[in-house]
Ligand binder design. Structure first.
Ligand SMILES: NC(=O)c1ccc[n+]([C@@H]2O[C@H](COP(=O)([O-])OP(=O)(O)OC[C@H]3O[C@@H](n4cnc5c(N)ncnc54)[C@H](O)[C@@H]3O)[C@@H](O)[C@H]2O)c1
Length: 254
């Protein structure tokens, strides 16, 4: 298959979970993928496993200068960048009473401000040639979850940031499309870790309430989100920009 044949892709948060599944799908469909993450050990190992079309790049998405290094590296290796997937993210659970200013700040830094850093730098490089940027939002950017205060704010911000940047690039005629994918609850370390951070009673209540709210009655798989990213990153989505692609088992449909 060759739905993204020859496209040069930079994926953040690529060492595990959704980001790793995105890399796998892009490579299966003909892309070359630079797998960026703060976790060098896992990132290197996964890039080796994925073979000749994958390479690891250390990247802390909150560090402006490291974006320059990553984009320089992909240009040196493959001559440019066609696709950026801003996937790296963290989830610190807490409500309006328990969330500390430090947790709030860190959540917004990684999940929202870093998306701006990466998008801004990628737009500058893609301007002359076009490209696609996919920002990983969440259904937590569509609906409120009391225990995800800062995460809700960050993901809601990612959605509207994406629309603003998408409209700018479309009106400027850059040929750069920018979209969001909004996953529901997916079976990754992030969800396992977030639930594990709650006390037993809160964790039980959270899981019970969650399953009751998903009409399909299960968590999603990382590959199901990767399929959506693949589509918006590919030329099949050529008339799609500033959009939210929701993939949530019906969670936000009711
Ligand atoms: N799992 C879900 O249910 C779910 C739902 C909606 C949205 N999302 C979003 O999808 C994305 C991926 O989530 P996941 O479930 O695969 O998470 P995960 O925790 O399994 O993986 C996240 C990856 O991001 C990397 N990372 C964290 N901070 C980083 C930083 N500063 N710089 C670079 N890399 C960093 C981690 O090392 C890790 O490899 C996140 O943006 C998350 O908010 C996840």
């Amino acid at each position: 298959m060759s739905r993204v044949q020859g496209k040069r892709c930079l994926v953040s948060g690529a060492a595990r979970g959704i980001g790793l599944a995105v890399c796998e799908r892009l490579i299966e469909e003909g892309a070359q993928v630079m797998m960026a993450d703060v976790d060098a050990a896992s990132g290197e190992a996964q890039a080796q496993r994925l073979g000749e079309h994958a390479v690891f790049q250390p990247l802390d998405v909150t560090r402006d200068e490291q974006w320059d290094s990553a984009l320089d590296a992909i240009e040196r290796r493959w001559g440019g960048v066609d696709v950026l997937v801003n996937n790296a993210g963290i989830a610190l659970m807490g409500d309006i009473e328990s969330t500390t200013p430090e947790q709030w700040q860190r959540t917004l830094e990684v999940n929202l401000s870093a998306v701006m850093l990466g998008t801004r730098k990628a737009v500058a490089r893609m301007k002359g040639q076009g490209g696609a940027i996919v920002n990983m939002a969440s259904i937590e950017g569509l609906i409120g979850e009391p225990l995800a205060l800062a995460y809700n704010a960050a993901k809601g911000g990612v959605r509207l940031f994406t629309k603003s940047a998408a409209v700018h690039c479309a009106r400027a005629g850059y040929g750069i499309r920018i979209n969001c994918v909004c996953p529901g609850f997916i079976d990754t370390e992030m969800v396992r870790g977030a639930v594990g951070g709650l006390d037993a009673e809160a964790a039980g209540q959270f899981q019970q309430a969650l399953m009751a709210r998903v009409p399909m009655g299960r968590l999603g798989q990382a590959r199901e989100i990767a399929n959506a990213v693949l589509f918006v990153a590919s030329d099949e989505a050529s008339f799609m920009t500033g959009a939210d692609l929701v993939v949530d088992g019906g969670h936000t449909a009711c």
